[in-house]
Design a protein around this ligand. Structure first.
Ligand code: PNS
Length: 172
């Protein structure tokens, strides 16, 4: 079974990685599809978002990282996928996700959406919280992998400050 795990991944979080790894052990093929979105201005350009994911996932054979633009339903058809996979953290995620799933199904009736419930320890994590905490110099070691934490701090602070922060949060 081939599933697509779509998202903005701006940047990838520990929650995303947990879902991707669990999906890799459940399905034959997992396509991590990074949205190239011209409407939302991302903090990380598409190439950087892909590079971070590839670095973190290179050792999982059945996971591929790709970029997509336009409608997810069109990309799904193009990839001949069997399902879209999304993570569910909270009841509000569920409300949003069921609407998205229904919309995608109406755009392409063959499109099925599957959900994996996020592990409790990751349920408060989002890319936007990671960006916000990083912008204030807070500890993001529990939100994103260390390689991502360094790149995230670099968006807001000079190199020496970043290295000092990485030491402080023991994320090296
Ligand atoms: O990580 P995100 O930002 O929650 O992911 C949202 C995503 C990428 C799954 C969604 O915005 C999407 O599928 N966008 C592609 C455009 C599209 O198909 N729009 C119609 C449904 S909103």
């Amino acid at each position: 079974m081939r599933v697509i795990f779509p998202g903005s991944f701006d940047p990838v979080t520990l929650g995303h990685l947990n879902i991707i790894k669990r999906a890799a052990s459940l399905f034959d093929e997992v396509i991590v599809a990074v949205l190239e979105n011209n409407q939302k201005q991302p903090l990380f350009p598409t190439e950087e978002r892909i590079e971070m994911l590839e670095e973190l996932l290179y050792d999982i054979d059945n996971v591929e990282v790709e970029v997509f633009s336009g409608l997810l339903a069109d990309y799904y058809r193009l990839k001949d996928a069997d399902a879209v996979l999304r993570g569910l953290r909270t009841p509000s995620d569920y409300e949003y996700e069921r609407q998205l799933a229904a919309l995608n199904h109406s755009l392409y009736p063959g499109l099925e959406t599957l959900f994996l419930v996020t592990e409790t320890r990751y349920s408060f994590i989002s890319s936007s919280y990671a960006r916000e905490v990083a912008s204030y110099g807070g500890n993001i070691s529990g939100l994103v992998p260390c390689s991502v934490a360094r790149k995230l701090y670099r968006k807001f602070f000079s190199d020496p400050v970043v290295e000092e922060k990485m030491k402080q949060i023991q994320c090296l």
